[in-house]
Every structure is written in structure tokens, then in C-alpha cells.
Ligand binder design. Structure first.
Ligand SMILES: N[C@H](CCC[C@H](N)C(=O)O)C(=O)O
Length: 321
């Protein structure tokens, strides 16, 4: 029997599969099929599958498979949960995790609430270049605070890769129909983002206080998108200095709760630093036969609830008072 976890970061829900404990790791086709099945059918579904593999230079490697089976370079909320998993597996509180484009520094942070563990993770690398974003728009090399009527009239957008691609707009009010329409359009066949893009709208609530909602590539609406909130925080610091206090954390509220971000701007914007700090909640432990994993057979699972979700809901109540 092997164990997989159901977890979340700000209610962005994932399953974690540690390939290093298997007799035989799953191949890419098996991982894709398992991700789609788990995310659609098990424990009310999830937004993706986080795959832990061995790493030569880091404590472990994280791969990200979206609910639709597509693979992404990075997942901020997911990295916090994988960091907790590796921290508890190896009894370490600060280390690096290998991701597709970089080895990222992670460390255990103070609990966000009683029985709500938290981790702080580096979000990197940063690029504004059209080639790293796979976007094309009127020959622009970068899209920063650019009015793009083809997306939404009288609305400005910015695009940044961290390193997965994000399109961000600061709006007076978040219109979910607009967000869904634009997110769906740019993740279907289109000339602007042929590889798709995560689309986030941000309402600035106060100094260093944001609300962000994201329509994610490969998933659709999620309760939170860690790289989306991180990318939005960077653009917030760059474009709204009147509301940005560089000496303090930014509180980023979202439909699933709240995370903190830290932005250290650099005059070379790609060298700015982003940290994402938030919960790493494990909600369920699931046992099944390794052969069932390979065969994508999920009808004989032994599921145990950890009880942590109740604590997380108490945290959410505490931030909304
Ligand atoms: N859907 C994203 C990957 C997951 C990112 C998100 N869940 C996060 O927490 O950063 C993409 O295709 O780029």
C-alpha cells in the first residue's frame, strides 16, 4: 500500500504523490491520467496533482500537473504544501526545492493560526519578456500597465512569468463574468497567449492590502492562485507605489482566505524578489495499492481525515472579523 495526501494552500486544493516511495515511479502518461481522475472524482476534486521526485541538489523536486492534465512550471500554493511534506519527511525547516526552472528557497513560518502550519517560499525566476510568456500583442516585447481593448475596453493589463505566465489587471471592482470570459478566451485557441495564461483581477483594498481572484490556466476559477497573488503583488509594488509600503508584508485576500507576500523591488525589475507566505494544510491521508495508482483505479481507497480543515476554517473566520 502507498499513501497520497490531499492538501491545500488558501483552499487551492491538490493531491501530493511522492514518487520516491514507489517501487516503480509512474510515467508521464500515468501521472497525467491520474491527475485528471483524482481532480475530477476524488474527495470533491482538486485543482492539480503535485508530484514529488528526487533531486540531485535539493531536498526534493516538485512537478505540477493541472486538473486538465497539462503540466505547469510552478505552483506557489502547492510549493508551500510540498515544502511542509518534505520538512516533515526529513525533519528540516529550511531547504531548497527544485522546480522546472529554478531551485527555490523555502522555510517553515510561524503558524497562521492554531493547527494551521505555514511556509514561506521563494517565487522565482521573474520575466516580463514576451518569449518567456509566450504572448504576442502588436509586436510588444513587454506588457506593463498596457491598455488592451481587445481584452476588456478601457482596461490596462500587465503580463509577467514567475515562471508560469500571468496576466494581471487592477480593477475598481472584480467582475467575475469579465474574468471568466477573458480567462476562457485566452486559454482556448487564441493569437495572444497560444500556450494559455493565468488571469488575475486585483482590487486594491488599502495600503499593502489586496483582494485577488484568478482564472487559472488548466483549471478555471480557483479559490486562490499562489503565483497569481505573487505576480500581482509585484505589479502592485511597481505600479501603485502610493499604496505600497516596502517595509511591510502585503496581505493578499482571496476567496479561499489570505496569504502574505513580501516584495523587494530592484531597479532591474527581473531581479526583484518575491516571497509567498501562507498556510500548508493537509486535509486527508489516502492509502491505496501501488498497482491501482499505475492503473488509475481509484475505487478502493482508504481515506483518513486529518481534522486540520476545521482549524483552517477558524483561521478564515478570524481574518474576516
Ligand atoms: N494553473 C497554473 C499552475 C498552478 C498555479 C497555482 N495553483 C499556484 O498556486 O501558483 C499554470 O498552469 O500555470
Amino acid at each position: 500500500m502507498v499513501k497520497i495526501l490531499k492538501v491545500h494552500g488558501s483552499e487551492n486544493k491538490f493531491f501530493i504523490l511522492d514518487q520516491t516511495i514507489l517501487e516503480q515511479p509512474l510515467n508521464d502518461t500515468e501521472l497525467k491520467n491520474l491527475a485528471v481522475n483524482l481532480c475530477q472524482n476524488i474527495l470533491n476534486g482538486a485543482d492539480g496533482l503535485l508530484v514529488v521526485e528526487t533531486s540531485e541538489n535539493c531536498l526534493g523536486k516538485m512537478r505540477v500537473i493541472n486538473a486538465d492534465g497539462s503540466e505547469a512550471k510552478m505552483c506557489g500554493n502547492g510549493l508551500r504544501t510540498v515544502s511542509r511534506y518534505l520538512s516533515e519527511k526529513y525533519q528540516l525547516n529550511e531547504f531548497q526545492v527544485e522546480t522546472e526552472e529554478s531551485n527555490l528557497h523555502v522555510k517553515r513560518a510561524s503558524d497562521f493560526y492554531e493547527n494551521v502550519p505555514a511556509f514561506s517560499v521563494e517565487i522565482s525566476p521573474i520575466s516580463f519578456n514576451k518569449n518567456d510568456l509566450s504572448f504576442s500583442y502588436h509586436g510588444l516585447d513587454e506588457m506593463i500597465d498596457e491598455p488592451v481593448d481587445e481584452f476588456i475596453s478601457n482596461t490596462k493589463f500587465s503580463a509577467v512569468a514567475v515562471p508560469n505566465p500571468h496576466l494581471i489587471s487592477f480593477v475598481p471592482e472584480i467582475n467575475q463574468e469579465d474574468l471568466k470570459a477573458l480567462g476562457s478566451k485566452l486559454n482556448a485557441s487564441n493569437d495572444y497567449f497560444p500556450e494559455g495564461v493565468n488571469v488575475s483581477f486585483c482590487k486594491i483594498l488599502d495600503t499593502n492590502k489586496l483582494f485577488v481572484q484568478t482564472f487559472e490556466r488548466g483549471v478555471g476559477f480557483t479559490n486562490a492562485c499562489g503565483t497569481g497573488m505573487s505576480a500581482t503583488s509585484l505589479l502592485f509594488a511597481m505600479l501603485h507605489s502610493d499604496k505600497f509600503d516596502p517595509t511591510k508584508n502585503i496581505s493578499v485576500y482571496n476567496p479561499g482566505g489570505m496569504v502574505m507576500t513580501q516584495i523587494n523591488l530592484n531597479s532591474t525589475k527581473e531581479l526583484s524578489q518575491i516571497r509567498l507566505i501562507g498556510n500548508a494544510t493537509f486535509t486527508h491521508e489516502i492509502e491505496l495499492a501501488e498497482s491501482d495508482l499505475h492503473q488509475n483505479k481509484l475505487d478502493n481507497l482508504k481515506v483518513n481525515s486529518t481534522g486540520e480543515e476545521l482549524a483552517y476554517q477558524e483561521f478564515v473566520k478570524s481574518i474576516n472579523n
